[in-house]
Write a protein that binds this ligand. Sequence first.
Ligand code: HEM
Ligand SMILES: [Cu+2]
Length: 558
Amino acid sequence: MATTELPRPALPEAHHEEPGGIVDYLTTVDHKKIGILYIFTAFGIFLAGGVLALVVRWELAQPGLQAMGENTYNQVFTMHGTLMIFLFAAQVSTGLANYLIPLQIGAADVAFPRANAMSYWLYLFGSLIVFSSFFVAGGPAAVAWTAYPPLSTEYFQGTGMDLWIIGLSVVGIAGILGAVNLVTTIFRMRMPGMTMFRLPLFCWGVLVNQLLILFAFPPLTVAFVLLFMERNFGARFFDVAAGGNQVLYQHVFWFFGHPEVYIIILPIFGIISEVIPVFSRKPLFGYRAMVFAFFGIAALSFGVWAHHMFTTGVVYLPYFSIMSLLIAVPTGIKVFNWIGTMWRGSITFSTAMLMALGFILVFVNGGITGVMIASPPIDFAVNDTYFIVSHFHYIMVGGLLFGMFAGFYFWFPKFTGKLLSERLGRWQFWLFLVGFNLTFFPQYLVGLDGMPRRIADYQIERWTSANLASTVGAFLTGVSVLLFLWNFVVSMRRGAPAGDDPWEGNSLEWVTTSPPPHHNFHELPEVHSERPAFDRRHPPSFPGEGADTDPERDPDRG
Ligand code: HEM
Ligand SMILES: [Cu+2]
């Protein structure tokens, strides 16, 4: 198989193979190390957010106030949502993207390594600002992760709220900076032969996700600036008495907030689209349809924001309902194609694959209840109940966490040269699947029965058993996460050596060493399809080998 000798990229002096010491990580502009920093930081925040979730579940296990007062409860669930959505969910994928995108497109680094480093450090400092609110008088924000005025402007006057706004604004700017870098990298740094339609699906997921960030984060930053001015400088944007409009905030917030769901989930779709073909021993079914579905979802996601505002009475229900329902179409295409990929494949049930299957199962469940609440009559009935809490956790925990773990099990060997234990992995998977469903399925039921969300106490006895089950499930989920940590520690110490390509992967990261050298590749194969690593193991005979023709070999690709 022909290979292309790469000229050693001209990188700045500070930049040869260095050992990965602390100082090195503090000063690095290497995309792989920045990726690792992102992943570790985001995962640490996930653990903190998880502990807060357990605190909430602890309080709700029985009727009555046991562990804390109402204000503390508000703070705990607010910070849980804040950490999870703003500081963990999107960033953990950004970490994977940082590490993997240059490898998958055959580049030596990202387009703007320094801006990339800057983006990470802004993210970290923004997060620390948010965390610092735990230590100020009055404590952290207590007005839910959505921070609606007038709660966030008139009623909650602690410094914690201001730190929340400032910290998250900094994190927002970090996100925009990171997005400029990743989008440019995917457009401009692809190796010869790596056309757009040969990009691995993870690259597509990240590309569309980062484009969404570019469009969605600026409005969010605006909303935060307005809140801050209203709180501190006497502005009256949201004060009805002064001619302002409270609902204005909700419009701007959800114009960010709904796309945020897809910002979180699109890279995960990408991960699933990498994992399933590899462990089914088949090319992805409907490659192009998958790409167009990404764009379909992204475009629609900007037209549905007011389904979060049905009950305000000021939005046009049929329009936002129909637009929301339409998102099921491209999403359905994806699920269909994942199943089509597995169809008659020769499937290996590795932990990564199990996690991917868990993802489909749980995500589709969340999607179905999503379609239900896109219908205003249903939404009016269940708005602000546990039905909603359950719906979005099926998407977030189910979708995001199963997909994230699929990615971790899949790429850990590439990052470290070692395999995670499959035995522990299987335990983690089953415990997670059972624990998760035990946590959230009963919440659908109490939600339908009318249990409101964001309450520290409930006096209705018949809700107790569901809540107790939910709490037990949450702690089982916690144990499954601990199992992962254990697996990580053990496998880092004495995991089986992985070799360069333990799964017989498809994309370019599997042709380089594990872990990859500083400049990523010593040599690169020619790229003739979206599966260059596969082609290298099974050299096909291309017409005009060497010339950069585009043989559309596989009619399966859609
Ligand atoms: C790991 C297991 C998790 C458990 C057991 C859990 C549990 C909870 C509970 C009990 C609430 C409070 C409901 C209320 O009082 O209204 C809540 C709220 C929330 N959770 Fe989770 N959660 C988990 C993971 C996640 C993840 C991964 C995300 C997002 C990526 C997330 C995002 C949220 C959000 C946005 C809220 C709403 C907060 C608010 O109303 O301000 N959660 N969660
Ligand atoms: Cu939405």
